[in-house]
Design a protein around this ligand. Sequence first.
Ligand SMILES: O=C(O)CCC(=O)C(=O)O
Ligand SMILES: [Fe+2]
Length: 220
Amino acid sequence: MVRAFAASETGERHTRAHMNSSSATFASDLFSPAERVLIEDEEGGCRYVPAFIDVDRADAWFAALRDEVDWRQQRRPMYDRVVEVPRLTSGYALNGSEALPAVLGEAHARVCAELGVAFTHVGLNYYRDGHDSVAPHNDKLSTLIAGEPIALVSLGSARRMEIRAKAPPRGVVRIDLEPGSLLVMSYAMQSHYDHGIPKTKHAVGPRISLAFRVRPSKVA
Ligand SMILES: O=C(O)CCC(=O)C(=O)O
Ligand SMILES: [Fe+2]
């Protein structure tokens, strides 16, 4: 059973949330560093941990990754054209087989310790400004080990994520992913919800996200 939670159900008194029958918005609140459960399921659902790392460290990690990662512009076929993916991406195996920016080693260690999960890969996304985005999707189940979560660490400017149920009435949860935050998504959730970062007309600075995953060795 997968169920989206309204903020009031999480017991967070300081969370500003707007919920009608099909949507909830969680806005940032400086005075509320508490963890929030956004979606509940049998594998831990979706959980937001603000200030997983402190702001100074998040700034330092952002600068190091912006400068040290080999960012790539991917292209994808769309209908009869080839379009640029609207963000820069990169990724590393975390099994010692390839050299990593030092910051990724540190982030990997912290995320594994927090969740007690041995993440094997990290995917990186660089959203240069509000024109960059990721379309609604679920992470590909064939590239994940069943039951293992996905952990997203956010650096740089906050961007809003929309998490939408695939089945009617397609309720949506919106969460501002603040710098230094950790969002944990279950494997199970990928079958029932899409997630995405829409473009925004608001002036936003650049953002980097780190997506830690446990992959089967055959896709390593
Ligand atoms: O940038 C984010 O926080 C989300 C990225 C994402 O969904 C992905 O890489 O699959
Ligand atoms: Fe994703």
